[in-house]
Design a protein around this ligand. Structure first.
Ligand code: DX5
Ligand code: ZN
Length: 228
């Protein structure tokens, strides 16, 4: 992956048909998704349960491009190797997942995968200041993690802008996740985000039998973000 700050749309398959992931993944990529975002939840760090390593491994052959795995699990370190082996291209852990996020990032880098660190809405941006040199991406959560379809938290725009200043020239992506739609996409893009995760806004109205709607939704999001 060559680094660039162009807008990338990363549909979250949390909003896909859970009985048909292979076709859903192929449909969103064909319709213009840049990355495929996989939300892993443990029923402990967040109040919901989703995908273990065998599920992620089953997704892998269907993903032609970049698979971005967001781990909302604690503890996290013991599972990094398994998600790397399952075929993640990027592994993102939460800074709140334990007392040693620096060690967590070292462990992700040791697998040869790209490393991301995520911040919950209540966590100050300074929490990642001394982690940036180990990061390929910082994820600013724009909802409290756990569920799709929640309302965007506007206070995070200031956090994105401050993070953008902190990153400077370093090749580190800023990803946003939660409540991203055609209204909020320009706000986060203007503040400095370049990877936009969207679940509801990509999958709404479409299906594997009507994938062109996914394409239209992705195009609308991209154009809204680029129009800043
Ligand atoms: C929240 C998840 C998000 C969520 C995004 O815990 O990490 O990826 O699925 O969904 P929307 O775009 O519907 O807010
Ligand atoms: Zn996510």
């Amino acid at each position: 992956m060559n680094f660039d700050r162009r807008i990338k749309i990363a549909p979250s398959i949390l909003s896909a048909d859970f009985a048909d992931f292979g076709r859903e993944i192929r449909a969103i990529e064909t319709e213009g998704a840049d990355w495929v975002h996989v939300d892993v939840m443990d029923g402990h760090f967040v109040p919901n349960l989703t995908f273990g390593p065998p599920a992620v491994k089953a997704f892998r052959p269907h993903v032609r491009g970049f698979m971005d795995v967001h781990l909302m699990i604690a503890p996290v370190d013991a599972y990094i190797e398994a998600y790397a082996e399952a075929g993640a291209d990027m592994i993102t852990a939460h800074v709140e997942a334990g007392p040693h996020p620096h060690r967590t990032l070292q462990a992700i880098r040791a697998t040869g995968r790209k490393a991301g660190i995520a911040l919950n809405p209540g966590t100050p941006v300074e929490a990642v200041e001394y982690l940036l040199d180990l990061c390929d991406m910082v994820l600013v959560m724009t909802v409290n993690p756990g569920f799709g379809g929640q309302k965007f938290i506007h206070s995070q725009i200031d956090k994105i802008a401050r993070l953008r200043g902190m990153i400077g020239d370093r090749p580190i992506h800023i990803q946003v996740d939660g409540g991203i739609d055609a209204k909020t996409a320009p706000l986060v893009a203007k503040a400095g985000a370049d990877v936009l995760v969207a679940g509801s806004a990509v999958f709404k109205g479409g299906s594997v039998d009507q994938p062109d709607i996914y394409g239209e939704n992705i195009r609308i999001l991209r154009e809204a973000a680029q129009a800043v």
